[in-house]
Unconditional design. Structure first.
Length: 255
């Protein structure tokens, strides 16, 4: 089915692997899509909590909090550990604690960025297939720009992307459509022909609002909810499944 056809959450708009001629560019999320960064989050957050003399937090609890930007993550973690300790925080207390937590978290995350993270199986192969097929790529994430660039370099993935846009690159973050629309402008492609690939409802909601097709990976985080219940155009268990094996730029149908 062509992009733009109405669908339900359980009926893909198109078949997978993708028809290369149906897209001009693609935007790829980072955390939970390309790289499993839960270990990095757990290490940096627990070092921060130790600095604040607060209890540690388990990785399983962090997983449901990832994907909505660093500010949301820190506030969620602080609320969680204080509530678990029987100290439900007032707004003013939380704000004061956040002001101390943020620089500590930044310092710790920059120090360990990528050391406790792994590239997902098939992610590199999927990026290589998209590059062979001549699909211009942008990495679009809610992760702060400096963190995103450093992580991509550490994992040897930075060379795949013409553009990298973090959560502080634009006035708004996903699920707002603005980052996707600005990224389409940078790629020189129309939203309807620019694929969004992510792992969560944030990516899907942003894509829907921007008018972009969206495919979600079945691993990743998605705020602790089943990703197959999200309104998307398709789901893959690996980025290597996006394009047919051996897809190349020569497969593009020219007008």
């Amino acid at each position: 089915m062509p992009f733009g056809t109405p669908m339900t959450a359980t009926t893909p708009r198109f078949s997978l692997p993708l028809d290369r001629s149906a897209l001009d560019a693609a935007m790829i999320d980072l955390d939970g899509t390309l790289v499993d960064t839960l270990g990095d989050f757990a290490e940096a957050l627990n070092r921060m909590l130790h600095n604040l003399a607060l209890p540690a937090i388990a990785p399983d609890a962090i997983e449901a909090m990832v994907g909505k930007g660093s500010e949301h993550l820190l506030v969620s973690v602080l609320k969680h550990v204080l509530t678990q300790a029987g100290r439900a925080p007032a707004a003013m207390e939380l704000e004061a604690l956040y002001d101390r937590a943020w620089p500590s978290y930044q310092a710790h995350y920059l120090a360990i960025n990528g050391q406790f993270a792994q590239v997902y199986p098939g992610a590199r192969e999927g990026l290589e297939a998209l590059r062979r097929a001549g699909v211009p790529l942008a990495c679009l994430t809610n992760k702060p720009q400096a963190f995103a660039l450093a992580l991509l370099r550490a994992k040897g993935l930075d060379g795949f992307f013409a553009h990298v846009f973090g959560g502080d690159a634009f006035e708004k973050q996903k699920p707002d459509p603005l980052p996707l629309l600005r990224t389409c402008e940078a790629l020189g492609s129309l939203p309807a022909r620019t694929l969004m690939v992510g792992d969560s409802s944030n990516d899907a909601r942003a894509a829907r609002a921007a008018g972009c097709p969206v495919v979600l990976v079945t691993y990743g985080y998605n705020h602790g909810e089943p990703v197959q219940q999200v309104d998307a155009d398709g789901w893959v268990g690996s980025l290597a499944q996006l394009l047919p094996a051996g897809a190349a730029a020569a497969d593009v149908v020219q007008d």
